[in-house]
Design a protein around this ligand. Structure first.
Ligand SMILES: Nc1nc2c(ncn2[C@@H]2O[C@H](COP(=O)(O)OP(=O)(O)OP(=O)(O)O)[C@@H](O)[C@H]2O)c(=O)[nH]1
Ligand SMILES: [Mg+2]
Ligand SMILES: [Zn+2]
Length: 321
């Protein structure tokens, strides 16, 4: 440290990033104060597939130098969730770090969530050992067809061990039991745009007053009301990260042959395949495919697996170049 630095007032504190807009970061310090910070210019993007070096949930050290807050250190992450960057093909964006659990908000009303999307999320969460709850929102507007579809989908996930919650932010169905799950934890709330993530947070703690918007009646697609991930501290002791709706989650850290291991119900069959590099597609003696043919692995799950593998292999080549 040189003489100049010593002569100015310098305060160091620990904190957590609660919002990141790219160039500025809001950090909540241990004292419970929120301060806007810049990142000290020494951090480079690691292995370069990430488009952002720092994300919500990151634990950091901040220093105040003459009134300006700077982030000077980032603690190692316990885990993180990435999404495929909407702008750069093959790049990924950190959505959040250091989460205890995820709530994946889905709906069989509008905009309807596909099981392919759910599976991609679940396998990412499995890879990082993050427990995930499936929350089926908009119970109040399901028509008979939607209800039937929901019954099928919820059975499928419940059978393989994922907790399922049926909620409505309009009628308050299922809201209290969610509070019990969230208390004293850091939870990432994810899902497509327009499924009701911010509405759910407002329901859990009305003081948050987060912006929500009607989904477009014409396209049925959300309009991305929430634009940055942000961690909120609720009045019942939960830390919840609301995120912008995502189209797709990124899976780039995996090798193609790893993917089946993150399909929880496939794991038990993998060692029984004839070839130990089996991809569980058309290989002879594949125990996973056999389990699917015997009705032990749900059709949606297996078909999604094959689709994910095909996409993944195509992209994986691209990343290797
Ligand atoms: N019928 C019904 N509509 C709901 C429910 N929850 C939310 N909505 C509506 O769904 C629309 C989208 O809600 P938001 O909370 O903004 O959705 P979001 O997931 O935060 O969307 P993004 O911020 O764009 O990712 C709004 O019109 C809400 O009123 C529900 O339980 N039932
Ligand atoms: Mg939102
Ligand atoms: Zn196999």
């Amino acid at each position: 440290m040189d003489a100049d630095t010593i002569s100015i007032s310098l305060t160091t504190m620990e904190g957590v990033v609660i919002k990141s807009t790219g160039s500025w970061y809001d950090v909540r310090t241990q004292a419970g104060e929120t301060v806007p910070c810049r990142l000290k210019g020494v951090f480079r993007l690691d292995e370069s597939k990430d488009t952002n070096p720092l994300t919500v949930g990151d634990r950091v050290t901040v220093e105040n130098e003459d009134g300006d807050w700077m982030i000077t250190q980032i603690a190692e992450r316990q885990n993180y969730i990435v999404r495929a960057s909407p702008k750069h093909k093959g790049a990924r964006q950190l959505l959040a770090a250091n989460v205890d659990q995820c709530l994946l908000i889905v709906t069989m009303a509008s905009p309807r969530t596909s099981t392919g999307f759910i599976d991609r999320f679940l396998l990412t969460a499995e890879a990082y050992h993050i427990p995930t709850y499936l929350v089926f929102n908009k119970q109040d507007i399901l028509d008979p067809k939607g209800l039937k579809k929901q019954q099928y989908v919820t059975d499928m996930y419940a059978r393989i061990g994922y907790p399922v919650h049926l909620v409505s932010t309009y009628t308050d169905q299922g809201i209290d039991e969610l509070k019990d799950l969230l208390r004293n934890k850091t939870t990432l709330v994810a899902g497509h745009s327009g499924v009701g993530k911010s509405s759910l947070l407002n329901k859990l703690d009305p003081r948050l007053e987060l912006r929500t918007t009607d989904i477009s009646r014409i396209t049925g697609k959300g309009m991305h009301t929430t634009t940055f991930a942000e961690m909120h501290f609720t009045d019942f002791g939960a830390q919840i990260i609301d995120t912008p709706g995502v189209r797709e989650f990124g899976l780039m850290h995996f090798l193609p042959e790893e993917i089946s291991h993150y399909y929880v119900e496939m794991r038990q069959y993998i060692p029984l395949c004839r070839f130990n590099n089996c991809m569980h597609d058309n290989e002879p003696g594949c125990a996973v495919r056999q389990a699917y043919l015997d009705g032990k692995i749900a059709e949606d799950r297996y078909i999604n697996y094959l689709t994910i593998m095909a996409d993944y292999k195509a992209n994986y080549k691209h990343w290797e170049e």
